[in-house]
Design a protein around this ligand. Structure first.
Ligand code: 5AD
Ligand code: SF4
Length: 485
């Protein structure tokens, strides 16, 4: 039976191949791509469920997708089983991230087909329509440059009842960031630059997200102003490499630090953070901005990735260990209370134990306040793929564990050194226990303390009394008491 349509998707019925038993079920000739599967002729979805994998960029893309869907009239339900539309906003950065999504998609194909299912994000870019071969029950694939096209793609799926994919390489200039559905009312992400030009040899990002494209400052400032007006207290500027901001548009005459000065001038601006920085692009001007701008928090996440010059070169990180240490020294001299964060990959092809120990030593010496450690995972399409993934898994795990243990002791020492002192904390929400309030210091330390709900969204002075794992436990110092102190 052919699917007919007049106006907009009127003849929507549910059907299962070969199952004519139930009242609203009819015999259908399924489109080729879903033959042998239980199928459903879709009606306009009313509810959706979305799951995000990966980084903050993906979280923000999810919020934009949600905003678009809600503008169309769909409602979010936190119920994967019963939502009409399921979207998986995926990540390709490591094999594990992809395997999680593959497992999920496979699992969805084993049940009765009851939802419209879409894949967005980096895996959509990396795998494109090949996903349909592996997952015939998938309905659409939308790449990182086609978020705006989601509505049209959905229309096409409904109209044709066929699988649809849209994965352009060209950057999407007209993405409507303002539509984003924020899941928080104290802090928000704001994208300032998309893509990456660095081409580290292990990384898929330049292929899945394309080259660097800065967003016009006016549009960023406008979004920040709106967020301030709506009461947001903290904005995190996002980009794969925020420090490259403006370099692709020299005619704008606005580099990253220039943008920060403009954002700081917005009346009522609370805190500003930024993620992520490539060490090579961290400038003295940026360090001075961190020192001088009241809104800018003293936390810089700038991944070293490895501590051996040979491995750094093989990774195409374009700096040496010595140059990295020089940046750290300059930063800590200009901003003495700065906290640092890093990412590190262990077990990169040919990494020797001695080379790993150089990384270990760097983590020991720099004393990062936050470290994210990964074992190398070969990614299709990257230059590193041509080298044998020769470090055995057990060795990678062992190196990872040693770094984790070291970092745990460094962070404990840092937390211990904060005890007895008072810090400014932005109160974000209730802690998971539902009793204590949870917030962060300017240097991104998680703090919990007792206090009433109406403190959420305010800055409080909190004295640190103890800590457990990652969390500092404090007490609120009221302003009058502070003056006496
Ligand atoms: N294998 C392991 N870790 C990786 N990362 C990026 N690509 C890979 C890979 N192929 C890590 C880097 C990066 C972080 C977001 O993910 O450390 O900074
Ligand atoms: Fe990937 Fe390197 Fe770009 Fe970071 S700087 S996104 S690791 S290519």
């Amino acid at each position: 039976m052919a699917v007919k349509s007049s106006k907009r998707f009127p003849n929507i019925v549910e059907g299962h191949i070969g199952d004519g038993s139930s009242k609203n079920t009819i015999e259908l000739t399924p489109p080729l791509h879903i033959q042998s599967f239980s199928i459903m002729i879709f009606r306009e979805p009313k509810t959706y469920f979305i799951r995000t994998y990966g980084c903050q960029m993906n979280e923000l893309d999810t919020q934009i997708i949600q905003g678009q869907l809600e503008k169309r009239g769909l409602a979010f339900i936190d119920d994967e089983e019963n939502a009409d539309l399921l979207i998986y906003n995926t990540c390709s950065i490591r094999d594990l991230a992809e395997r999680k999504v593959m497992g999920k998609l496979g699992q969805l194909g084993r049940g009765k087909k009851r939802h419209i299912i879409g894949v967005t994000g980096c895996m959509a870019m990396a795998k494109k329509d090949s996903l349909f071969r592996k997952f015939p029950h998938l309905d659409f694939v939308v790449g990182t440059n086609n978020i705006t096209d989601l509505g049209t793609v959905l229309d096409e799926v409904l109209y044709t009842q066929r699988q649809v994919y849209k994965t352009d390489d060209r950057f999407e200039e007209n993405l409507d960031y303002l539509v984003a559905k924020r899941d928080h009312n104290v802090k928000a992400f704001v994208s300032i630059i998309r893509g990456c030009d660095k081409f580290c040899t292990y990384c898929v990002v330049p292929y899945t997200r394309g080259g660097e494209v800065s967003r016009p400052a006016m549009s960023i400032i406008e979004e920040c102003k709106q967020l301030v007006d709506r009461g947001y207290q903290e904005i995190t500027l996002l980009g794969q490499n925020v420090n490259s901001y403006g370099k692709d548009k020299p005619e704008w005459n606005c580099l990253f630090h220039d943008l920060l000065y403009q954002i700081d001038r917005i009346p009522g601006m609370g805190r500003v953070r930024f993620l992520t920085s490539h060490p090579v692009d961290i400038t003295r001007e940026l360090m001075l901005a961190i020192r001088d701008l009241p809104s800018l928090c003293e936390f810089v996440h700038f991944p070293i990735q490895a501590g051996s010059n040979r491995i750094l070169k093989k990774m195409h990180r374009i700096y040496t260990k010595e140059q990295y240490f020089e940046k750290v020294a300059m930063l800590t001299e200009i901003v003495p209370n700065v906290s640092l964060g890093t990412d590190i990959i262990v077990g990169f092809p040919t990494e020797t134990e001695e080379e790993f120990l150089e990384t270990y030593q760097a983590v020991h010496d720099i004393r990062y306040s936050v470290g994210f450690f990964y074992s190398y995972s070969p990614r299709k399409g990257t230059p590193a793929m041509r080298w044998k993934d020769d470090i055995p898994d057990e060795e990678k795990q062992d190196r990872l564990q040693r770094l984790l243990d070291l970092q745990a002791s460094v962070t404990s020492e840092i937390r211990a050194s904060m005890l007895g002192q008072t810090y400014e904390v932005l109160v974000e929400r209730f802690n998971k226990d539902g009793k204590m309030l949870k917030g962060r210091t300017r240097c991104w330390k998680k703090v919990i303390f007792e206090g009433p709900e109406n403190l959420i969204g305010t800055l409080q002075q909190v004295k640190m009394n103890s800590f457990s794992h990652e969390t500092l436990i404090g007490e609120r110092i009221c302003q009058s008491a502070l003056k006496i102190l």
